[in-house]
Ligand binder design. Sequence first.
Ligand SMILES: C[S@@+](CC[C@H](N)C(=O)[O-])C[C@H]1O[C@@H](n2cnc3c(N)ncnc32)[C@H](O)[C@@H]1O
Length: 302
Amino acid sequence: MKNLNVNRSPLFYVGDKYKLVSEIKAYFPSTIRQFVEPFVGGGSVYLNVEAENYLLNDINEYVIGIHRMLLSYLGKEKKFFADVENLINLYGLSFSYKEDRVPQALKSQFVKTYFAKYNKEAYAKMRADYNKGNCSDSLLLYLLLIYGFNRMIRFNSKGDFNLPVGNVDFNQNTVNALNSYFRLNSHKRTHWTALDFEDFFKSLNLNEQDLVYLDPPYLITFSEYNKLWNPDTERRLLRLLNTFNTQGIRFAISNVTHYKGKVNDIFIEWSKQYNSHSIKSNYISFHDNTIKQFNEVLVTNF
Ligand SMILES: C[S@@+](CC[C@H](N)C(=O)[O-])C[C@H]1O[C@@H](n2cnc3c(N)ncnc32)[C@H](O)[C@@H]1O
């Protein structure tokens, strides 16, 4: 079902909150001074929340780099789309937003995978150029994400972006998400950092009019960024939230308590002292591509 009043982030982030943001937002206070997101990812939540300003952070500097790059084009959106088109043409990628470049013969032969077939070599060249440039070009990285496998960002141990081509391209959905992103950010005051959540919080001065929304990696599910998470980081985070609570700072944290027979006891025990709201959702696992019922919650201290 289409989520009519919700704007999807143009990062199409794995595990984003796009489908759940209306449900989650319903628990938020009606006025928020600073909206604080230590695990902002693609930004699907802050984009859809009204506040006076936004303090946004993620440990992944590449993700923050893409946000910063996009925001550097605010007010210059035409230039953004022109720069994108130049790169698409330079590498010879498909561009279904503008025109159908894939020959009929390829479409008939590879009915479901013709974008991947068409873009394979151009994508490999773009990826090699990105890696040669020390991974510093966030616009090129954004295009690698848009044309790449499952629209993910992944680097190998040598620090090279290493995902293969995907079966998608720069299409109408991408343009819609980008236009919404530019439109929404044009009247938001955002401040971005790429820190571990604990360092991020050290730099802040919060009060009871603020809201901290947290969507950390989930201890018991699977995704690329969950590799960064373990029971110690989970405990470290939950202890911090107890401190916020004693200081009168409001927080709301998303998490998964049950998944495929696994149970997050650390979180469940901790959450008993606060308000737990069940969030109805389906979870599509990147590993097996099946939809499994699982138990997602939003825990608030207000
Ligand atoms: C579930 S995702 C957030 C998704 C986001 N709500 C959205 O809608 O796109 C969790 C994020 O936490 C980040 N992360 C992991 N460990 C972190 C840490 N120690 N400090 C800050 N961010 C971290 C990951 O890079 C990832 O982007």
